[in-house]
Ligand binder design. Structure first.
Ligand code: ATP
Ligand code: MG
Length: 436
């Protein structure tokens, strides 16, 4: 174990939250070890501001819970303790041991469980700091800061990888990805977040293990999706996911579409960029909008096909939306509170592309107007052919109530009135190859 003394690193206690310092001090007073660990140490070393502070200790969850009145034990796969200090929550984890060794029964009920494929189903075997370090995912996530002597403990060359700006899995990449395939998504996420490169062996194991992501429950993948795209570096994350061919395990149909259609790729990238910009400006973001963009190329193509088959535009859009959402839910457990607005944004696109000034007034009042209008502009920016209706809506919003603009060139019948002429093709379509 390498000990990096105070004068050889840049972590200062004044950048650590009071809550975390108090939790560590209190654990030490009760005779336990306690270190700041994971993302907080990594981000402090890189000069950033950690968004939360995790503490690792040799105290069991029950012991931690007994020390802090405002705490509760959560989780099953990993049991951890949340200690609350006002609005701050400090996550306290007990050192994890080797799951493949005999459980240490002297430390209470502790156990791990592994599936036939090597997937870790439970991981509650407790251990030492050294054991805990090698159970973590990346070397740069396995540094420990001791607030008592200001030293950093490094058991896995995390400091070296920090200097090399390298995302490197701890141990044998294939074994570690088998234990938990989500680690591959984490590799992509941290490469994007830190702007590090993925270490060669770590990268090489991804194509061999990526298929294991199919075993991950849709709910956990949705949690991971939120971390990937709503942490302020979605555009770079998308790049990483495409580079390592992982996007298909989150959005199989979108992956196919955006790889073969540069307009679709442009739209998805623009949505990511706008999400990143909103986050950095502290503006609210909703997963519904980004999901609408990610799945739009699939919806749009399917709606086109249904129209080719003779379905009226509104009906085609409606059933395309239905099918695409159903299919996406197979992989990702997107809650209804996001799928509903997503579908409204899609279906609104037709209404924005046709109609007259009287209806336009009504649309302006619709609670989904803003999102749908932003979405329309994004599509236009990406190069989709919409007949430039975005400019109409931009002008229309600034008009006084009693004034109207000339009708929008509808290019077809009004929304809602059924069959009739087909609208113009919006962009040239490449067809899926007949054979694979
Ligand atoms: P962020 O800034 O995104 O919160 P983080 O490093 O704190 O980054 P978390 O997801 O909060 O990431 O996880 C905390 C720590 O737990 C990680 O730094 C890592 O050491 C460990 N960890 C998290 N997920 C895994 C995993 N799937 N396998 C092994 N270790 C993990
Ligand atoms: Mg964290």
């Amino acid at each position: 174990m390498k000990v990096i003394p105070r004068d050889q690193h840049c972590i200062s206690r004044k950048n650590i939250s009071d809550g975390a310092l108090k939790v560590m001090a209190q654990l030490r007073r009760n005779g336990h070890q306690a270190y700041l660990v994971g993302g907080a140490v990594r981000d402090l070393l890189l000069g950033g501001h950690p968004k939360d502070f995790d503490v690792a200790t040799d105290a069991t969850p029950e012991e931690v819970h007994a020390i802090f009145r405002s705490s509760r034990i959560i989780g099953r796969r990993f049991r951890i303790v949340h200690v609350r200090f006002g609005r701050e929550v400090i996550e306290v984890t007990t050192f994890r041991g080797h799951h493949d060794s005999e459980p240490d029964t002297s430390r209470g009920k502790s156990q791990s469980h592994q599936s036939d494929q090597g997937l870790l189903l439970r991981d509650n075997v407790f251990g030492t700091l050294e054991e805990d370090a090698v159970r973590r995912d990346l070397t740069v996530n396995a540094l420990y800061y001791d607030a008592a002597n200001f030293a950093v403990y490094d058991h896995v060359h995390g400091m070296q990888d920090m200097l090399r700006r390298s995302v490197c899995i701890i141990g044998d990449p294939e074994v570690r990805f088998r234990e938990d395939p989500v680690r591959m998504l984490r590799v992509a996420r941290f490469a994007a977040k830190l702007e590090f490169t993925v270490e060669a062996e770590t990268a090489a194991a991804i194509p061999r293990c990526a298929h294991l992501l199919r075993e991950i429950p849709a709910a956990r993948l949705f949690d991971e999706f939120l971390k990937l795209f709503f942490s302020g570096y979605a555009e770079r994350t998308l790049q990483q996911l495409l580079e390592h061919d992982l996007l298909r395990y989150l959005f199989p149909d979108s992956d196919y579409e955006i790889r073969q259609d540069s307009v679709a790729m442009g739209l998805v990238q623009a949505a990511m960029r706008s999400t990143d910009q909103r986050i950095s400006a502290d503006k609210p973001v909703t997963p519904a909008f980004l999901l609408a963009a990610l799945l739009w190329p699939v919806v749009d193509r399917l709606a086109d096909q249904l129209r080719d088959r003779g379905d009226p535009p509104v009906a085609a859009m409606h059933s395309a939306a239905q099918q695409v959402v159903t299919s996406a839910l197979q992989t990702l457990a997107i809650p209804r509170r996001f799928t509903m607005p997503m579908r409204e944004i899609w279906e609104f696109q037709l209404r924005l592309q046709r109609g007259n000034s009287r209806k336009a007034r009504e649309l302006l009042q619709n609670r989904r107007f803003r999102a749908a209008y932003d979405f329309l502009l994004l599509r236009e920016q990406a190069g989709e052919e919409t007949g430039d209706v975005g400019a109409f809506w931009t002008d229309f919003q600034t008009l006084p109530e009693n004034q109207n603009l000339p009708m929008i060139d509808t290019g077809g019948e009004e929304a809602g009135d059924g069959a009739g002429s087909r609208p113009r093709r919006r962009r040239p379509r490449k067809r899926r190859p007949a054979t694979s």
